[in-house]
Design a protein around this ligand. Sequence first.
Ligand SMILES: O=C(O)CCC(=O)C(=O)O
Length: 217
Amino acid sequence: MDAVGEQTARSWPRGLTLIPEYISPATEADLVNYFAEEAKSHWTALSSRRVILYGLHFVQSDTSHRRYTRVTPEPIQRLAERLVADGYQDQLANHILVNEYKVGQGIMPHEDGPAFVPNAAIISLLSATVLDFYRKDSADRSTPTTSIRLPPRSLCIIADEAYTSYLHGIAERIAGAGEDRGYRLSLTFRHAILPLPAAATEPAKEKRILNLLQRRR
Ligand SMILES: O=C(O)CCC(=O)C(=O)O
């Protein structure tokens, strides 16, 4: 294991942990190369960024949804297994989302929701970004309660209260104070609960959750 230590802060939501240098520069370079070459046909373009989804995904028709699995390639599966071996996740990820952000792109504040075990592990590649947290019970989406910098090669764990009581997102901006944004890839490892729990299949929530499992906009 090449992690250099965990960071957390009293002011952070409970369950939020940052592990700098979780992967080595060589592993980072291999992954970047993998997504640019071998996996280049796996990308799906969304309106504001590109994504690749490995593992479970759902395709919805008018009356039902069908479940598919896209085989997780070896280098990504190895990382998923390492997250369990290192004690950061209890269940092996069965849903892995790769996000590509060009400079200025982000992801709107969202919750990962009850379809997943409440533990999201995010590995950042190539460039740092700032991940903002907003309390779910607050209407204020303009001022994050907590903002943390995710350096390249770091691992960020969003679990417990940080997962259940907060939204997280990345503002669309070129750079903020003391922030240098470049091209960034991230991998988010989650374990989808099957069958989907009742909270994830309430009619009002179902479409949103299935969209979330399918692709994030
Ligand atoms: O790219 C990131 O660091 C955030 C990804 C994310 O929020 C997600 O995949 O749900």
